[in-house]
Design a protein around this ligand. Sequence first.
Ligand SMILES: Nc1ncnc2c1ncn2[C@@H]1O[C@H](COP(=O)(O)OP(=O)(O)OP(=O)(O)O)[C@@H](O)[C@H]1O
Ligand SMILES: [Mg+2]
Length: 371
Amino acid sequence: MGFLEISNVTKSYGSTEVLHRVDIAVEEGEFLVLVGPSGCGKSTLLNMIAGLEEISSGDISINGRVMNGVHPAQRNIAMVFQSYALYPNMTVGQNITFGLEMHGVPRAERAAALADVAKLLQIETLLERKPGQLSGGQRQRVAMGRALVRNPDVFLFDEPLSNLDAKLRVDMRTEIKKLHEKLKTTMVYVTHDQIEALTLSTRIAVMYEGHVQQLGTPKEIYDTPANVFVATFMGSPAMNILPARVVVRDGRAMAQVTTSDGAQTELPFSQQTLTAWEGREILLGLRPEALTDPDGADRKSANIVPLRSRIEVTEAAGSDTFVTTTLGGRDVIARLRADAEATAGDMFDFAVNMEKAVAFDPQSETRIPGA
Ligand SMILES: Nc1ncnc2c1ncn2[C@@H]1O[C@H](COP(=O)(O)OP(=O)(O)OP(=O)(O)O)[C@@H](O)[C@H]1O
Ligand SMILES: [Mg+2]
């Protein structure tokens, strides 16, 4: 039994079901991120946890208590919205303590709670200002402060950083992570940003079209994606997915891949389960960092394989150079060291880290078990 238990939850609007049988058990102190493209049902699920949306079927419980039908104010949760929803006519201090006042918390206690939160968020000097006199990042802190002051069982965040510029987003991401490490309160955080999901979470639920596609740690999601959707949604640039045929040489399964000039190359798998796929087509999944220049290859890998293919495009990106080549008839992206000598139009000797390769069933697009 999880601290926050979402069991068999569906949500329908009229006759349209937008969330289908969601099961997620969150342990106390976990940082769960719900991630997925626009419209996949993230906010709907979060709002059902908060009590802002009715549950069509299934149960949500917190700390052993079923929450279906319980008023939002009685759930001991605190939510931070994308819009912050601060009261413009109240000072920062009043915005933060307003909820406590509504709950009848005495003045002295409110002042003490405000002082604590203001110190934690480093907004002590802003308490007398109105929201209109704050920057976006400062407003975001105040919205956080309003949630923190309540000392809830669960924090819910719906894209709290999406109004901030890129630099501030990264800073605030770190702040939120530090805050979680300090408070150890259970958090559920919605974002469509896969980097935010990978860096903040203890576990991630990747959602698509109202289904949880995969629930796992960032490492599980990144290294062993459940299907092609998860593989290509999580990670940037996306995992390369290319058609290959399984051949077996001396008992070892190999991915036979067509290179840019039409030649066939054979890449030995580390996973032995793939011998069962002899002669069949698969989709081979290779992350850009598993396709490098030989000097950039992972030294810890026991399965680095050479591959010669033509470079079509090179793109310098500061610390790395990304190059495009064609494998299996598809454009694939390789991640080279910044000083690797790569010229568009030239043949290039790549190094493939087959220890990191994954394989998908081309029909169902799910990962082949053990691969
Ligand atoms: N009140 C409503 N009536 C009918 N359909 C709705 C309603 N609210 C949401 N939906 C539908 O439910 C689905 C899930 O919406 P939701 O807001 O949860 O998506 P989301 O993952 O949060 O997307 P975004 O990243 O754009 O915020 C969408 O298809 C949306 O159109
Ligand atoms: Mg949303």
